[in-house]
Write a protein that binds this ligand. Structure first.
Ligand code: PEP
Ligand code: MN
Length: 360
């Protein structure tokens, strides 16, 4: 049994319990380009995507071909039978997309951040039966994402889904947009029946990393993927570095391993039970150790209060962090993990000491 079984009926009907694949170029550029991609991927992807109106971070970029592109998409449907998807950001976009029989609309990350814009789209969609997918907002704010979803739900739209495309950060490390996997995981727990699609193209910004992120998404029970595809990616008018060729798309999909959410074999169940008992035991030990550590931090707080010493001792904190990172490394524990773990512990100690020194 896989996760997909728990999904809303309309989605199960659409996907037949397989991950949904949405693919196509970042932007529709010319009628030939759109049709060429569509014919090359029609047996791989279920839904054809193409941006018609492109939200660009900075002016001067290609802003999309506009409504004329909707006609090209209709041609795609007529020739290949694929379902169509495009991004909408205003009521006018919605009306035009509806008038051209687009099957699925998605709300882009830059639009989800703006409740006025999402409301305008929701109002324009009232009374229709379209599939609408809402991308996460550019900033890692789960409430904003859910708020957008609720506006669409309140407008009576029933075929709703989420697309996870990662979150902006000031410092780009590995990815164009950080996945922050915990956020879509929390979302899945709150909305188990709502399909959740991963967009590894906009997360990675780099075609070489797409396979890895797509696999991770499936391993986290995502219900589908949206992958930007172009016949000559390097010449694409937008997002060139992250688009793949139809052949590469095919390779990615072929190499994906789909795992079951559960396995009912006795040996598996037994082995898992043993491991989970061990994990539970260790978690309890961690909690007890943390309790002891905090009690000592409280004692230090009392001492600082008695001697009128400030709560934050930057040198001592640096010393702890450096030591723990070094020991972490010796034990093959990642630096980012150790840093955030000890920051959280230190933060809690400081907060408790502050309460001791300045009781409210
Ligand atoms: C897109 O899908 O081409 C797009 C603009 O995405 P996002 O809203 O995730 O940036
Ligand atoms: Mn794009």
């Amino acid at each position: 049994m896989t996760k997909v079984n728990e999904k809303a009926l309309w989605f199960k009907d659409l996907t037949a319990n397989k991950p949904l694949l949405i693919a196509g170029p970042c932007s529709a550029e010319t009628p030939q380009q759109v049709l060429e991609v569509a014919h090359a991927i029609k047996n791989t992807a279920k839904i054809f995507r193409a941006g018609i109106w492109k939200p660009r971070t900075r002016p001067g970029g290609f802003e999309g071909v506009g409504a004329i592109g909707l006609k090209w998409l209709q041609q795609v449907k007529a020739e290949t039978g694929m379902l169509l998807a495009t991004e909408v950001a205003t009521a006018e976009h919605v009306n035009l997309a509806l008038a051209h029989d687009i099957d699925m609309l998605w709300i882009g990350a830059r639009t989800t951040v703006n409740p006025f814009a999402v409301q305008e789209i929701a109002d324009a969609l009232k009374g229709t039966n379209k599939m609408v997918f809402i991308k996460n907002p550019v900033n890692p704010d789960l409430s904003l994402w859910i708020g957008g979803f609720e506006r669409l739900q309140n407008a009576g739209i029933e075929k709703l889904g989420f697309i996870h495309r990662g979150f902006s950060s000031y410092e780009k490390v590995k990815y164009r947009n950080n996945p922050e996997w915990q956020i879509p995981i929390d979302l899945q727990i709150r909305f188990p029946e709502v399909p959740l699609i991963n967009d590894p193209s906009h997360i990675t910004g780099n075609r070489n990393l797409i396979q890895h992120v797509a696999q991770k998404a499936l391993d986290l029970n995502f219900d589908g993927l949206m992958i930007e595809t172009h016949c000559t990616p390097d010449l694409a008018w937008s997002d060139a570095a992250q688009q793949v060729t139809p052949q590469q798309l095919n390779n990615i999909v072929t190499n994906l391993v789909q795992r079951d959410l559960i396995n009912e074999e006795d040996s598996y169940v037994h082995q898992m039970q043993l491991f989970r008992t061990q994990i539970d035991e260790i978690d309890t030990q961690i909690l007890n150790l943390l309790k002891n550590r905090m009690q000592i931090a409280d004692e230090i707080g009392l001492l600082k209060k008695a001697k009128n010493v400030s709560v934050l001792q930057p040198e001592r904190w640096q010393e702890v962090l450096v030591k723990m990172r070094r020991e972490g490394k010796e034990n093959k524990l990642g630096e980012v993990f150790i840093t955030s773990l000890f920051k959280a512990i230190h933060d809690e100690s400081i907060t408790r000491q502050d309460h001791i020194i300045n009781p409210k």
